[in-house]
Design a protein. Structure first.
Length: 579
């Protein structure tokens, strides 16, 4: 029996009104399982985080013997850390928005050359990662040993030209690697804006600067606000740059303070928990503010009238604007990688090395250390398992949320997306507190790392797959329902093949994110469950920086190679199945 045509919905109501009882039962059972899994992954550690924050009883007693708000009051004893966090986060957000807005305007609204190539290059900083960038900029801008300062003194300067360990230096590094995120968010808004509005400003005599300030910027305000809040939240939860660059100078922000409070002896778990709760409470307040602002104003720029985005002719200025974008890519991607390569092939990293100083021993040593090899293998294995289980989990979540009418699916989506609003080190602290007291000993093992990756990257997989699910016509599934196919059969034979590109993309994103994860891993890994990114940080503080550079490059090359192989296999699979 062939099922097609435009009357599928009518046929469903006539021949099989509603969802069959067996399908409803399976869907309800699946929903119940998903609720239990998501609640266990998200609500369970958050509950213990709040419990720790409110614990004012006998230390190290579980459950707490008394509750109160004394730990939140003690936060006032860390006023300098709070001020540090505000200064660095605000400065980094402003710089990232400037980078993102300028590059988005240049590449979407002007006739700058090499647009397609630049659009690809400008997302590279996201894959370089803040940890690699922090390590690289430490080689470049450390006050005494940084390559830039060595060159400055060789040219006759005194002191240092750049201090990357200062608050503004840390903010600079953080902004470089979030600027690409701001670019993606703002450029999407700019691409959909009617160019006639800008043209009207120019017709009546408005300059390019006046048009950008009085027309373009107000119209893209929702995108800029969204980028500002997302980037600010990311900066609040940033950990790698502040740890690598700030800790040696005893400069702490909230995330590094939480890490210090947890790892010091004796640990101050309750105060760390209170700091964590306060941190994501601020993030929720920002989200509420954003929704309030955007709901009170109209930013409509797309009407029923068709338009085609047209770039603005900026004349010879386009070469200057091209230089602006090239400089950003150079500072955020090319220069950091080059600095790591340059440092990794030296016995002692200096700006002007002698020929005898060059060596490949750092790579040989890094690969010969059993702990490094094991950490790399562990990271790849955990990443693959987390990606596979994460795709299965988020795929089912996406389908239940978007393709069923089961009650409570909206609340389920909200809980599943909750980890996106919580800094990973804060979530890891809640998980540490929760799984230490769990009857089954999983803390310090690979299992707790796997649980952490599934939790913190659940929003990433859910959003990736949901975007593809929303593009599928419901009639494809309804046709199978009319033909009598069960819900599980339709999911396996119709939906999954059509979702293959989205599932593969989600797998790769979760895999890469898991392999390079630091905030959750550094608190949860044990002596027998080492993974690569925290191992690089440990090496940075305990061994030579040149060896650390080699380790970071090895990790980068392995991840890049895995991505290339996976993309080739993905294209082959898609070509074979015609999807």
């Amino acid at each position: 029996m062939a099922c097609s045509g435009s009357d599928v919905t009518t046929a469903i109501h006539a021949a099989a009104p509603g969802v069959p009882t067996s399908s409803r039962t399976i869907q309800h059972a699946t929903m119940a399982i998903l609720v239990a899994v998501v609640a266990g992954l998200v609500i369970y550690p958050i509950w213990f985080l709040f419990q720790a924050a409110l614990d004012v009883g006998v230390p190290d007693t579980r459950p707490p013997t008394a509750y109160g708000f004394d730990n939140f009051a003690r936060i006032l004893n860390y006023q300098q850390i709070l001020l540090n966090t505000f200064v660095v986060t605000t400065a980094a957000t402003v710089m990232a928005l400037v980078f993102g807005f300028m590059t988005a305007w240049i590449l979407t609204r002007t006739n700058v050359p090499f647009k397609r190539t630049l659009d690809q290059l400008i997302t590279v900083p996201y894959y370089v990662t803040p940890l690699l960038g922090a390590l690289a900029w430490s080689f470049l801008g450390a006050p005494e040993s940084g390559f830039i300062n060595q060159v400055w003194r060789a040219l006759g300067g005194s002191g240092h030209l750049v201090d990357i360990t200062s608050p503004m230096g840390i903010a600079w590094v953080m902004a470089l690697f979030e600027g690409s995120v701001a670019y993606v968010m703002i450029s999407a808004v700019m691409q959909s804006m009617d160019p006639a509005l800008e043209e009207a400003s120019q017709v009546i005599g408005g300059s390019r600067w006046h048009t950008m300030r009085r027309v373009t910027l107000p119209l893209v305000l929702p995108g800029v606000l969204g980028a500002a809040i997302f980037v600010f939240a990311e900066m609040l939860g940033a950990f790698a740059a502040a740890l690598v660059l700030g800790t040696p100078a005893r400069f702490y922000v909230i995330t590094t303070a939480i890490y210090q409070l947890v790892t010091q002896y004796p640990p101050r778990m309750q105060v760390a928990a209170a700091l964590g709760v306060s941190l994501f409470a601020v993030m929720f307040a920002m989200l509420f503010l954003y929704r309030w602002i955007t709901s009170r104003n109209s930013y409509v720029t797309i009407s029923g009238k068709a338009f085609r985005p047209r770039p603005m002719d900026v004349g010879p200025l386009r070469w200057v604007l091209l230089g602006v974008v090239v400089v950003y890519v150079l500072m955020s991607a090319i220069l950091p990688v080059a600095a790591l390569v340059y440092a990794s092939v030296q016995k002692l990293a200096v700006a002007f090395p002698a020929a005898a100083n060059f060596t490949l021993a750092n790579f040989r040593q890094a690969w010969s250390i059993n702990a490094v090899r094991e950490a790399m293998v562990n990271s790849l294995a955990l990443g693959a398992v987390a990606a596979t289980l994460g795709v299965a989990l988020t795929g089912l979540l996406s389908w239940i949320i978007l393709r069923t009418k089961l009650p409570g699916r909206g609340a389920l989506e909200y809980v599943a997306m909750f980890p996106q609003a919580v800094p990973r080190i804060v979530f890891a602290f809640g998980m540490m507190w929760a799984w230490i007291v769990f009857p089954i000993p999983v803390y310090g093992t690979f299992w707790v790392l796997l649980i952490a990756y599934l939790t913190v990257f659940m929003p990433l997989g859910l959003r990736t797959i949901s975007g593809v699910v929303m593009q599928l016509d419901k009639s494809l599934d309804e046709c199978g329902q009319v033909c009598g196919a069960s819900w599980i059969y339709r999911l396996r034979t119709i939906t999954a093949p059509l979702l293959r590109p989205g599932l593969l993309a989600a797998w790769l994103l979760i895999f890469v994110a898991s392999v390079r994860e630091l905030g959750a891993s550094i608190l949860l890994m044990g002596p027998d469950s080492k993974v690569m990114t925290p191992a690089i940080v440990e090496a940075w503080f305990s061994t030579s920086s040149e060896l650390t550079a080699a380790m970071a490059l090895i990790q980068t090359v392995v991840i890049a190679g895995t991505m290339v192989v996976f993309n080739l296999l993905t294209r082959r699979v898609i070509a074979q199945h015609g999807v």
